[in-house]
Design a binder for this molecule. Structure first.
Ligand SMILES: [Zn+2]
Length: 214
């Protein structure tokens, strides 16, 4: 055990119970978290070839995602990244050309200091011997998606919010988008629209968690 482990004992990112090594889940959570299996893991999202999620969004999973996003728990990526990577491997037998993510706006990134979706995209990309590719820029002006409940309002809020850094880059490419949570699918669908408009061959998505449909 290292000095760092003594000062900051490794903890399960979901229940915060002690674990042997950083990046591990405790046995309880491995057993009892709301894992999405088979058909439950996949949902239809407009314009996506497929969208798969490792977990249901609620309870400990929701609390974990909140700490990961809002409490500077960047280290959680070490445990959460492999879950997303495994989910992508389980559901998609596609050789993706590019792995990317829907980014925070520049203002959001300044405020938070890191982009949690990028950390997950990085883990998925590295599991395939790739690097994540920044494809989008996001406008500052959009409202917070999580405050909107109606699917139509969520779609309207993200319409035009994302543009491509280099449209040439995506032409003919099979692209995997990685995000923390899919709720209505509006964000991923809007990103797919932008990619397909620029000539992408297909867009898939994988997320750590998916909310139950209302
Ligand atoms: Zn746990």
């Amino acid at each position: 055990m290292s000095l760092l482990d003594l000062l900051f004992p490794p903890r399960c990112p979901f229940c915060r119970g002690a674990v042997a090594r950083d990046g591990e889940l405790c046995p309880d959570c491995q057993e009892t978290l709301p894992w999405r299996t088979k058909a439950r893991a996949e949902r239809e999202v407009d314009l996506l070839e497929g969208c798969a999620s490792a977990l249901g969004y609620g309870g400990l999973v929701r609390k974990c995602v909140h700490r990961f996003k809002f409490s500077r728990k960047l280290g959680y990526a070490k445990a959460l990244g492999p879950l997303v990577a495994q989910c992508a491997a389980d559901h998609f037998s596609v050789d993706f050309d590019l792995i990317s993510w829907p980014p925070l706006s520049p203002r959001g990134l300044r405020r938070r200091g890191y982009d949690q979706a990028r950390l997950l995209a990085q883990a998925v990309a590295r599991s395939r011997g790739m690097e994540e590719t920044p494809l989008f820029q996001k406008k500052n002006a959009t409202g917070q998606q999580s405050l909107l409940k109606e699917p139509a309002a969520r779609r309207a809020n993200v319409l035009g919010a994302y543009s491509l850094i280099d449209p040439q880059r995506v032409r003919g490419k099979r692209i995997l988008l990685v995000d923390d949570v899919v709720t209505s699918g509006a964000t991923l669908s809007e990103c797919a629209r932008v990619l397909l408009t620029a000539g992408a061959a297909g867009v898939w998505a994988v997320t750590l968690a998916s909310a139950d449909r209302r």
